[in-house]
Design a protein around this ligand. Structure first.
Ligand SMILES: NC(=O)c1ccc[n+]([C@@H]2O[C@H](COP(=O)([O-])OP(=O)(O)OC[C@H]3O[C@@H](n4cnc5c(N)ncnc54)[C@H](O)[C@@H]3O)[C@@H](O)[C@H]2O)c1
Ligand SMILES: O=C(O)[C@H](O)[C@@H](O)[C@H](O)[C@H](O)CO
Length: 259
């Protein structure tokens, strides 16, 4: 008989969540710890993972919080050395580190464009390539999950030109990697959330007019919650999703189905 409980378990798995000290990344890291994984997170402020470290200690899981700029190859190499030493290998990579700069298209500077594309696309590639080559390809196993956005699928009113372009690139990166690394039994998928309240967007969600306009367009009538994203991540990173690859799953309350 099939054991569905085991298919959804992450017991014995190891995961790296980039941006795991941020809003969505920390929720995903917590979900992975609860499902049995040992977890490393990285970001600019490792101290922000104190809550996750406490939970991991209490649950008897291994946990690392590493300072790493994923746009720097030397930082990535040092991080993967530490992970190999402490956790042995990686089965799962979640690319959650991301950023935005809000400017109208006609005033979008070269510097701002480079920053957004540099982190959201190039940084994601540098980590993915290194983790795949070092840990996943040699072992013929891997789950890679990228944090895209509904703004990779539909446009928005203003100020998002580089962000939308970067997340569109993430979707196609996801599909191409699924094609190239399928032969190594590595899957690569993306989640495209609508707004979930985190420090990067509370200034927008706190504007009642903005909030109403947004939720009026969402069939399920609310914005996302961290657990909506973490639950989708759990599925796509588990053995239950071993035949799902190259997909972009909108977790958006139906927003992208509404004209
Ligand atoms: N929050 C939302 O509403 C929402 C919606 C759709 C998509 N997303 C995407 O989800 C992801 C996570 O968003 P969030 O809201 O949790 O953001 P956040 O700003 O709360 O967290 C971002 C994380 O990235 C890390 N980071 C930034 N620069 C880095 C670098 N150079 N190297 C390594 N880490 C770096 C930060 O330290 C932080 O931990 C992003 O890719 C974002 O575009 C978020
Ligand atoms: O839907 C999304 O992809 C995110 O919520 C972004 O729109 C952030 O709100 C923005 O990056 C803040 O500047």
């Amino acid at each position: 008989m099939e054991n569905y409980r085991d298919l959804f378990s992450l017991e014995g798995k190891t995961a790296l969540v980039t941006g795991g000290t941020g809003g969505l990344g920390s929720a995903i890291a917590l979900a992975f710890l609860q499902q049995g994984a040992n977890v490393a997170v990285c970001g600019g402020h490792p101290e922000k993972a104190a809550g996750l470290a406490d939970y991991a200690a209490q649950a008897g899981r291994k946990f690392l919080s590493i300072r790493c700029d994923i746009q720097k190859q030397s930082d990535i190499d040092n991080m993967l050395n530490e992970i190999e030493e402490q956790l042995d290998t990686l089965d799962i990579l979640v690319n959650s580190a991301g950023m935005n700069r809000l400017l109208p298209a006609e005033d979008y500077t070269e510097d701002a464009f480079d920053q957004v594309m540099g982190l959201n696309v190039k940084g994601l590639h540098l980590v993915t390539k290194a983790v795949g080559k070092r840990f996943m390809i040699p072992r013929n196993y891997g789950r890679i999950l990228n944090l895209s956005s509904v703004k990779s699928l539909i446009g928005t009113t203003e100020n998002y030109i580089a962000y939308c372009a970067s997340k569109g690139a993430v979707n196609m990166y996801t599909k191409q990697l699924a094609c190239e690394w399928g032969k190594y039994r590595i899957t690569c998928n993306a989640i495209a959330p609508t707004f979930v309240r985190t420090p990067i967007n509370s200034f927008q969600l706190d504007d009642p007019a903005f909030y109403k306009k947004l939720t009026d367009r969402i069939p399920l009538g609310r914005i996302g919650q961290e657990r909506d994203i973490a639950a989708a991540a759990l599925y796509l990173c588990s053995d239950a999703a071993e035949f799902v690859s190259g997909q972009v799953l909108a977790v958006d309350g139906g927003l992208t189905s509404m004209q």
